[in-house]
Ligand binder design. Structure first.
Ligand code: GRF
Length: 207
């Protein structure tokens, strides 16, 4: 399975994927390219350290969002990947990309969807929402990306306990360590080996 990983920040989910491939807990998979909208993303450094091509494509470099969307898709297509992995990517995926890569784009969201997701729920805001509601359990979700925000078919979820005295930062870290960094590599391995079931049906990724 050839994948592109899209990042905007620290790249700890990318690191979990890189480590999974190197430790063979993810099989039949190679990262063809890491794409970031943020030139300063440490995720780009992580890619370079592992000899993975890292490119920066930022909407800020374009005179319009439409021009960015067109160039982003054209440059992604050039890598001829089977799967696009969004790992903390803060750019709205263009409609034409969702259509062209239907059921071939996955995203990780740091809550148990459908809780604390959708517009406005990103980064720490997800965990602030969970703490404000007083949930005892939260977690992370890997799902296919469709036209909505965090609305595509769910692939994997993993629960994480909320503890006394948790701050949003402490909870975010626990969700990343105990859930995100486990289910993101696991989901890629399932897809690479044709073992993803969604709504009870096995999904095969095909170009
Ligand atoms: C994390 O907050 C994660 O929950 C969300 O976006 C951020 C990505 O972090 N998916 P990193 O860049 O993978 O470290």
């Amino acid at each position: 399975l050839k994948i592109a990983v899209c990042v905007s920040g620290g790249g700890t989910n990318l690191q979990a994927i890189i480590d999974g491939i190197e430790q063979k807990t993810i099989t039949n998979t190679e990262i063809a390219v890491v794409i970031s909208n943020n030139p300063g993303a440490y995720a780009l450094e992580r890619a370079k350290k592992h000899g993975i091509e890292a490119v920066c494509i930022s909407p800020k470099e374009y005179e319009s969002r439409a021009a960015f969307n067109e160039d982003f898709l054209r440059r992604l297509d050039a890598y001829e990947v089977d799967l696009v992995v969004l790992a903390g990517f803060l750019v709205v995926i263009p409609e034409q990309m969702i259509a062209k890569y239907r059921n071939r784009i996955i995203n990780i969201h740091p809550s148990l969807i459908p809780s604390f997701c959708g517009t406005g729920y990103y980064g720490l805001k997800v965990h602030e929402g969970a703490l404000a509601r007083g949930v005892k359990v939260t977690g992370a979700t890997v799902h296919f990306v469709d036209e909505g925000t965090d609305t595509g078919p769910i692939i994997l979820q993993k629960a994480v306990e909320v503890q006394e005295g948790d701050t949003p930062e402490i909870l975010q870290r626990r969700v990343m360590e105990q859930a995100e960094w486990k289910i993101m590599p696991q989901a890629i391995d399932l897809i690479a080996n044709g073992k993803v079931t969604v709504m009870g049906k096995t999904v095969h990724i095909s170009k």
